[in-house]
Ligand binder design. Structure first.
Ligand code: ADP
Length: 153
């Protein structure tokens, strides 16, 4: 099973959306294998957002991401990277589909409630960046019997 990283961003924490966001992943059938709250510092953000660090809007994104501690989740499931991106919706939240987290709860490009890994390779790197081994848990989820066929598990 694939693992992916989600960050509930400062706007999600400030707006009381943590439970709502986690609920959406849980009800989909994804397994929470890691979850914690932490503040993000400049060094970590520059690494995490290296693909946008030279953009003119980056300083604003960095200030925003440092403004409040965030919730970090590691979710596990079959092709979970893609499944989680669908639940989150596109970057520009005001144009994201209704039913997605960004589509339902945000208007901004920057303040879009969640980050989610975009490829399995990036997911692996991001999970390792934000979680120590001992903060990730393997366990049987009895619900899997009803979420997947035997051959999918
Ligand atoms: P995504 O988070 O959907 O994978 P990107 O990796 O392109 O999107 O961008 C990372 C984050 O940087 C976005 O989620 C958003 O918070 C911020 N961002 C991206 N583009 C812009 C922009 N044009 N203006 C302000 N912030 C942006």
């Amino acid at each position: 099973m694939e693992r992916t990283l989600v960050i509930i961003k400062p706007d999600g924490v400030q707006r009381g959306l943590v439970g709502e966001v986690v609920k959406r992943f849980e009800r989909k059938g994804l397994k929470i294998v890691g979850m914690k709250m932490m503040p993000l510092n400049e060094m970590l953000l520059r690494e995490h957002y290296s693909h946008i660090a030279d953009k003119p809007f980056y300083p604003g994104v960095e200030d925003f991401m440092k403004s409040t501690p965030v919730i970090i989740l590691c979710l596990e499931g079959l092709e979970s990277v893609g499944a989680v991106r669908v639940i989150c919706g596109i970057t520009k939240a005001r144009e994201a589909d209704g039913g997605t987290i960004r589509g339902d709860f945000a208007m901004s490009v920057a303040c879009n409630v969640v980050h989610a890994s975009d490829t399995p390779e990036n997911a692996q790197a991001e999970v390792a960046r934000f979680f120590k081994d001992e903060e990730l848990f393997s366990y049987d989820k009895t619900e899997y019997l009803h979420v997947y066929l035997d051959e999918e598990r």
